[in-house]
Design a protein around this ligand. Structure first.
Ligand code: FAD
Length: 384
């Protein structure tokens, strides 16, 4: 055995979770979902699965669908298809335990049988390419939590060694970036003679608040995966939450600025409640619409609000402009929440008011329907 000493210890050991286990910081996650994934040594081209013009339209040449990560979704699950630079295709089944048990897809043969039942077109592609199978892995209950990730005793945890939510939207790399940014600042402060112990305490709390805020997008929400009425709107909402708060703060290089959180405390806590309300609303909306067939398709990337909010991540906002934009982001989300709930037709009243600020779009959600394209029912049944 070799022994080493160092001023700081940072655990990036993934699920080995060295510090978490040593210090007994493990916490079970309420989000119980599992995954299995496998690779084929060739690119599988989803564009070829159906020759209906509606499926091909707008996706010729360099805009072919197979270049992107594609998700096939149904109640309680999603299936990913990712073209890898190596020339392989990664495919994965991710499902909430409440709806699908891992024991039904934890080997290649079982995964194929599961796909036959839930995603027959995908199953056909898997069967046709089974001689190109490279590997197969599965993980039961991938969500992990931790009591604490940063300590004034000069240790810290980053990545899956501490927390992991869910692979949908890929938040794992974001939270690695958040933890690394906080840890780098703590170590920098220590090495330059600045106080870091209290900071370790507050950064730990901020990190966990971001984690649990983001977890709301997943916990108890797999039921609506595959609902064509609710899911596109939920994805829109989740993107905008992300770009308005965590993504925004990080891109503006304000993650470690304690005074920024103090100044925005009431806004952040209000927004936590707004998100909680909306995620609950999505569950209720799902209950009302789960048997309604799909009638249209939305291209999220064409929506003005999505483009605007995405482009704004690049803005360089100094001083007052940052706080103004932050306030506008929050007001925009509140207005969007009002519009979405009103559009749903559910008899729910939103427990917050609308902002009339000039910085906020007053009809953000109306534009969703600008990009909504009616589909022939036949083509949808064949392709999705
Ligand atoms: C089902 C699933 C699908 C995912 N899909 C995606 C995706 O499509 N895109 C995406 O961005 N993210 C995805 N993620 C998330 C991503 O895998 C994780 O966020 C990321 O791998 C975590 O990185 P990490 O460095 O914390 O841990 P790891 O990637 O596990 O790295 C930890 C490293 O530490 C090493 N190690 C452990 N113990 C020791 C030791 N004692 N000594 C030396 N080395 C040690 C390990 O060998 C390993 O190399 C997915 C996660 C899951 C569960």
């Amino acid at each position: 055995m070799t022994s080493v000493t160092s001023r700081w210890l940072v655990d990036a050991s993934g699920r080995r979770a060295f510090i978490k286990r040593q210090l007994g910081l493990q916490k079970s996650s309420p989000h119980q979902a599992s995954a299995a994934w496998f690779r084929f040594s060739k690119w599988i081209k989803i564009d070829q699965w159906c020759d209906d013009p509606a499926w091909q339209e707008g996706h010729a040449g360099k805009t072919a669908r197979w270049y992107s990560t594609n998700h096939l979704m149904g109640q309680g699950y999603w299936v990913w298809l990712i073209p890898l630079a190596s020339g392989s295709t990664s495919m994965g089944i991710v499902a909430a335990e409440e709806f699908h048990s891992l024991s039904d897809f934890n080997s290649f043969e079982k995964a194929l049988a599961w796909l036959e039942k839930h995603e027959p077109q995908c199953a056909q592609a898997v069967r046709e390419n089974s001689d190109q199978l490279q590997d197969f892995r599965a993980i039961k209950r991938y969500s992990v939590e931790c009591e604490r990730v940063f300590s004034g005793d000069r240790w810290g945890i980053t990545g899956e060694a501490g927390f992991f939510h869910d692979p949908f939207y890929s938040p794992g790399s974001d939270f690695i970036a958040f933890a690394n940014t906080f840890l780098t600042e703590l170590i920098r402060r220590d090495l330059t003679g600045h106080g870091f112990r209290l900071r370790a305490f507050s950064y730990d709390r901020i990190y966990k608040r971001f984690f649990y805020g983001t977890l709301q997008a997943y916990q108890d929400q797999y039921r609506m995966f595959g609902n064509p009425t609710v899911m596109p709107v939920k994805i829109l909402w989740d993107y905008l939450m992300y770009w308005s708060i965590t993504g925004f703060i990080f891109m503006q290089d304000r993650l470690c600025e304690q005074s920024m959180y103090v100044r925005n405390l009431s806004r952040l806590s209000r927004l936590g409640k707004v998100n909680h309300f909306m995620q609950d609303f999505f569950r209720q909306w799902h209950e009302q619409t789960k048997d309604v067939p799909a009638t249209g398709a939305i291209n999220i990337s064409e929506m003005p609000i999505i483009r605007e909010m995405n482009q704004r991540l690049q803005e360089d906002l100094q001083g007052r402009a940052f706080f103004q934009r932050f306030a506008a982001n929050l007001a925009q989300l509140e207005n969007l929440g009002c519009e979405i709930v009103a559009h749903s037709g559910l008899s729910l009243s939103v427990p917050w008011g609308r902002s009339q600020s000039m910085l906020v779009r007053q009809d953000a959600f109306a534009h969703v329907f600008d990009s909504w394209q009616e589909l022939e029912p036949v083509s949808l049944a064949e392709t999705v």
